[in-house]
Ligand binder design. Structure first.
Ligand code: UDP
Length: 306
């Protein structure tokens, strides 16, 4: 709840009139992300690591626990897979005891380096089970298995959402994500580090659109998922670098660095299912979203003074 997407979700739920217990071990989440909420009587922060059981009373559970950037999830891979497996078992156990709905935020990483493009929910993926990304990819795949086994075995009310690359204000500047890296480098007029040739693609969804999709899925009474949420507008990483240099009006040049192990070459969600079942599609334009993200990073770096 104190992570990037989680903190935006908490804020939206509170403004919808809900009461929220935000559970976070603050491994990558930050108290500063929930500063605005901390004095709200409908909001509570519970510092807890979900790899240990949790006994609280709630009506619904969103599970967003897990470092999500390759740099942070590879920093402690054993803890990453434990968060996905033990953490999911504990949260599913909590949902089962309370007989409440639980939504798992899965990931486009379950598709690995995809051989189908764009990726539909019916695609089973192409994942290296022993690579450096496996703690996250296979962890999230095992979590999906657990959710569907609890559904089949105990009739638990589950939801599984596959989140594609998401960006916006409150992303950590130093977790190695491409958008934050490029914006930081551009603001500092430092070289922009494009991994490999930059021909690999991603499709970036603004966080407000993502939160809207998560809440719509939680409120849907008929469909378990899995369902893709993301923005299908695909861009090459090299073009993203140029776009950010332009928006920041930066003097940075582009340098090419090594291509990371198992880095997917293409990624773009097919969101026709979300469109049909949830009447959802992303509304934000990338340029507007990037400008808001640039502003938030400037604030974090205190660059607005000059
Ligand atoms: N990337 C890059 N330069 C950076 C950080 C990332 O070229 O400084 C690339 C990375 O190799 C990948 C893409 O940008 O191809 C997206 O990386 P990110 O870590 O944001 O997320 P991923 O989609 O790989 O989980």
């Amino acid at each position: 709840g104190a992570g990037f997407i989680g903190s935006h979700l908490c804020e939206q739920l509170i403004s919808n009139g809900e009461e929220v217990i935000c559970v976070d071990n603050l491994y990558t989440g930050k108290k500063s992300n929930i500063d605005k909420l901390i004095n709200n009587s409908k909001f509570e922060l519970l510092r807890h690591d979900i790899t240990f059981p949790l006994y609280i009373e709630v009506d619904r559970i969103f599970n967003l626990a897990c470092p999500a950037s390759p740099v942070s999830y590879q920093n402690d891979p054993v803890q990453t897979i434990k968060t996905n497996v033990h953490g999911s078992i504990n949260m599913l156990g909590l949902a089962k005891r309370l007989n409440v709905r639980i939504l798992q935020t899965s990931t486009s990483e379950v598709y690995g380096d995809p051989e189908q493009h764009p990726q539909k929910e019916s695609y089973w993926g192409n994942v290296n089970p022993i690579g450096k990304r496996a703690c996250y990819d296979e962890g999230k795949r095992a979590a999906e298995t657990l959710f569907f086994d609890y559904f089949r075995q105990y009739k638990l009310d589950i939801k599984v959402v596959r989140i594609f690359n998401t960006y916006g204000p409150l992303m950590s500047i130093n977790d190695g994500r491409v958008i934050t890296n490029f914006i930081y480098q551009a603001l500092m007029n430092k070289p922009i580090t494009v991994n490999g040739s930059g021909d690999q693609t991603r499709s970036f969804c603004y966080v407000d659109d993502m939160v809207d999709g998560l809440i719509k899925m939680m409120n849907n009474d008929n469909f378990t998922g899995p369902i893709n949420l993301g923005n299908p507008q695909e861009i090459k990483i090299i073009d993203l670098a140029k776009e950010i240099i332009d928006l920041v009006n930066s003097k940075s040049n582009i340098i090419f660095t090594d291509f990371p192990e198992d880095d997917p070459l293409r990624r773009k969600p097919d969101i026709s299912l979300a469109n049909k079942v949830l009447d959802w599609k992303p509304l934000s334009e990338r340029k507007n979203g990037l400008l808001k993200t640039i502003e938030s990073i400037k604030q974090q770096l205190d660059l607005n003074k000059s």
